[in-house]
Design a protein. Structure first.
Lengths: 113, 115
């Protein structure tokens, strides 16, 4: 039973399209995150929600919009996809917004053609 | 702002060689420190973490790391690597609740172990 699960695992789409990635955690954690891993494997925080409240919003184009319907789910919607959006997007969760470790999902590889 | 620097971009070792990967961070307050591993095509998994107490922490698969506060370092070590240790290794720092609990990652070190 996967602790942090993301769908889809692979996504190939054309420039200009809109797409969503979904994430669910069954760990009972309060805090969830989206990270972007670029082609050089660099991991950068994008967003974080704590119990459905947005607490981190890094410098990310407003084409990216996260949504957290409840504390177990955090979705990422991307409008007007660009070539530079191609990356692996990782969802993660932690017990709280403090010092704890993050548990990562398996990643969603987005390829924009 | 917090930052994490990993000294080695790509390390190539033969099996049974010893490993040390460098990690330095910049943050003036209390931090928690982590090493994550990412096997090819997989997600990040926690190797070990330091929260407080003994600065020498032991993790899974024979890995250990030493927190040296005066040097702002948290280097990862393994006495004898195996081919299965081939992966990307990430050092990360967490500055606590006022940072939203986010982890700041280093740029990663690719480890290739030759059989």
């Amino acid at each position: 039973d996967t602790a942090v699960s993301q769908t889809p695992k692979y996504l190939v789409t054309q420039m200009g399209n809109d797409k969503s990635i979904k994430c669910e955690q069954n760990l009972g954690h309060d805090t969830m995150y989206w990270y972007k891993q670029d082609s050089k494997k660099f991991l950068k925080i994008m967003f974080s929600y704590n119990n459905k409240e947005l607490i981190i919003n890094e410098t990310v184009p407003n084409r990216f919009s996260p949504k957290s319907p409840d504390k177990a789910h955090l979705n990422l919607h991307i409008n007007s996809l660009e070539l530079g959006d191609s990356a692996v997007y990782f969802c993660a969760s932690s017990l709280s917004r403090g010092f704890g470790e993050l548990f990562f999902g398996e990643g969603s590889r987005l390829t924009v053609l | 702002a917090q930052s994490v620097s990993q000294h080695n971009h790509h390390v190539i070792l033969s099996e049974a060689a010893s490993l040390e990967l460098g990690c330095n961070y910049s943050y003036g307050g209390t931090v928690n420190l982590f090493w994550y591993v990412q096997y090819p095509g997989q997600h990040l998994q926690l190797l070990l973490k330091y929260f407080s107490g003994d600065p020498l922490v032991k993790g899974i698969k024979g890995f250990e790391a030493e927190f040296i506060k005066s040097k702002f370092s948290f280097n990862l070590r393994k006495p004898s690597v195996q081919w299965s240790d081939t992966a990307e290794y990430f050092c990360a720092v967490n500055g606590g609740g006022n940072q939203g609990g986010k982890l700041i990652f280093g740029q990663g070190t690719e480890l290739s172990v030759k059989p």
